[in-house]
Ligand binder design. Structure first.
Ligand SMILES: [Zn+2]
Length: 532
């Protein structure tokens, strides 16, 4: 490498490979929000799904067609053509073309055993399938990447054949040859040795990429070893979500590349968003964040008493491998009262609120945030609630209505299969009392209907808004029904999508808080737009 540091392209497959992970699934709205968040982070490619295998994925590609992405290109994933079928007659390949993103990634077989046993075709035909599919797709896409499935395992058994498959994709003009450790059992020294042989076998200018799984817990190490060997594209997922033990974790790979290897991949200042992005994706996946997650976990920079604390306060490098602030995390020390404050200042700036570190407002927000987080609030994935919280703490918030009370009844009726829910809401808008009742297909739905009924005459723009997603988490499972409930609601108005949160002893109250925030956020946003 000479002069400028080379740039590593980050290819995120959270929305495709990540959803293969046990317990991970995203609604379409979740996927759109995650894509937007990844774009803001600065990743280069976002793999949106496999349109040939899943109609929901095809809808996603239609939905993001008009969306504007600053840095990221959306990519679709699929397979090479089937044996004995022309690409133009292959349904899977046509689904990719129909999905229509700028980039496509197709996988093919590099392990001879898989070709004859799983695919049931000849080694010759498999090579032709790779070349034909890449050539055909090049006519329809800006860039075509070739994923060499089971490359490392295949290479260990039959290196000549594995290389032949790669050369077929290279000769057809693939923009990147991505070597996959599909079973995730390869170790870093093997990655290094095999890559050296691959580099001898392909043209020097052919771009190479890496896609590894984490079955031997080497996903991150293998990706970094590949970069050391000159690989230019790294594929992985946020939090390492993925099949079995997961994919290579981009949340660890990205800061290692930037901070430790001096390689550009996302803008350095965006590293501070990493913890938030990690939390955001875990909230939407409805998975608990992993406390000991490297770089971004709650415990990643937590120091417990004794000599560590005094040493780390004087010289953080004694027990910290990086400054936690760089990745949006913070040191947690029992004696520290400033933990997290710089994060709040950082976040406040994101929302256009300028806070000085030592103002009473900043301290008030910090105190409030600490209290709410103790109660179980979690604002990643609920940016709208966070923004409202800051406005309220700063005294800038004017409520759009005053609640006098609400009531929800769920009635099990003889002969009816479904219980009936009915909600009544009493509130005042600009001093005018409103009292409405509405039913719904569940208590939260009924409450939502009653609230809107009361407000829509005053705020007709609420008709544009709808609830897109609703997630519930019980915060302390050990307490059973006595535990607190956190509700995360995603709302949208065709223009914007936003998340709100509520925490309470009961699910109705938690839902109410999230509903009210969602409505206030919409009204406040529209008002701001009107002022502009
Ligand atoms: Zn994979």
């Amino acid at each position: 490498m000479t002069g400028m540091a080379r740039e590593i392209k980050i290819y995120d497959t959270t929305l495709r490979d990540g959803t293969q992970g046990e317990g991970v699934s995203f609604s379409m709205e979740d996927k759109v929000r995650i894509a937007q968040r990844l774009d803001a982070l600065g990743v280069h490619y976002i793999e949106g799904g496999w349109p040939g295998s899943n109609p929901k994925d095809l809808r996603f590609f239609k939905r993001v067609q008009d969306a504007v992405f600053k840095t990221a290109k959306i990519t679709a994933f699929g397979a090479t053509r089937r044996p004995g079928v022309r690409p133009q007659d292959d349904g899977n390949i046509q689904a990719l073309v129909e999905a229509g993103p700028p980039v496509v990634t197709i996988f093919g077989k590099s392990w001879d055993f898989h070709v004859t046993s799983a695919l049931g075709t000849t080694l010759e035909e498999n090579v032709a399938m790779i070349g034909d599919s890449v050539s055909y797709l090049l006519k329809h896409f800006e860039e075509v990447f070739y994923d060499a499935e089971h490359f490392f395992d295949g290479f260990k058994r039959n290196p000549e054949y594995a290389i032949r498959t790669l050369r077929a994709a290279e000769a057809a003009g693939a923009h990147c040859l991505v070597l996959c450790d599909t079973n995730g059992g390869t170790l870093p020294h093997e990655i290094t040795a095999i890559l050296r042989e691959v580099k001898r076998a392909v043209k020097a200018e052919t771009p190479l990429g890496i896609h590894v799984h984490n079955d031997a817990e080497c996903g991150v190490a293998n990706s970094l070893a590949a970069v050391t060997e000159g690989i230019g594209q790294v594929q992985g997922t946020i939090n390492g979500y993925g099949e079995r033990c997961g994919n290579a974790n981009l949340v660890s790979i990205i800061p290692s590349l930037v901070l430790k290897m001096g390689l550009e991949c996302i803008p350095r200042e965006h590293l501070r968003e990493l913890r938030d992005v990690s939390r955001f994706v875990s909230e939407l996946a409805n998975r608990k964040p992993w406390p000991a997650q490297p770089y971004v976990g709650d415990s990643a920079f937590a120091h417990k008493g004794g000599i560590h604390v005094s040493a780390v306060l004087k010289h953080p490098e004694t027990y910290e491998h990086i400054d936690p602030d760089l990745v949006g995390n913070h040191r947690r020390v029992l004696v520290s009262e400033l933990a997290g404050q710089s994060n709040i200042l950082w976040k406040a700036r994101e929302y256009g609120i300028d806070l000085d570190r030592n103002t009473p407002e900043a301290r008030r927000i910090l105190e409030l945030l600490k209290r709410l987080e103790d109660e179980g609030f979690q604002f990643e994935g609920a940016e709208a609630s966070f923004e409202l919280l800051m406005e309220r703490a700063l005294g800038n918030h004017r409520p759009y209505f005053d609640l006098d009370g609400y009531r929800v009844i769920v009635e099990e009726q003889q002969g009816n299969q479904e219980p009936v829910a009915e909600a009544t809401v009493r509130l005042r808008v600009r001093g005018i009392p409103e009292h409405t009742a509405a039913s719904g297909n569940g208590p939260v739905n009924a409450l939502d209907h009653a609230l809107r009924k009361a407000l829509e005459d005053f705020y007709p723009n609420l008709r544009e808004m709808s609830l897109l997603d609703y997630k519930v988490r019980i915060l302390d499972e050990s307490k059973g029904t006595g535990a607190k409930t956190r509700v995360l609601i995603t709302s949208g108005d065709g223009d914007q999508v936003w998340g709100t949160v509520g925490v309470a002893d009961n699910i109705i109250e938690a839902s109410w808080q999230a509903l009210v925030d969602s409505i206030e956020y919409k009204l406040r946003g529209d008002e701001k737009k009107g002022q502009r």
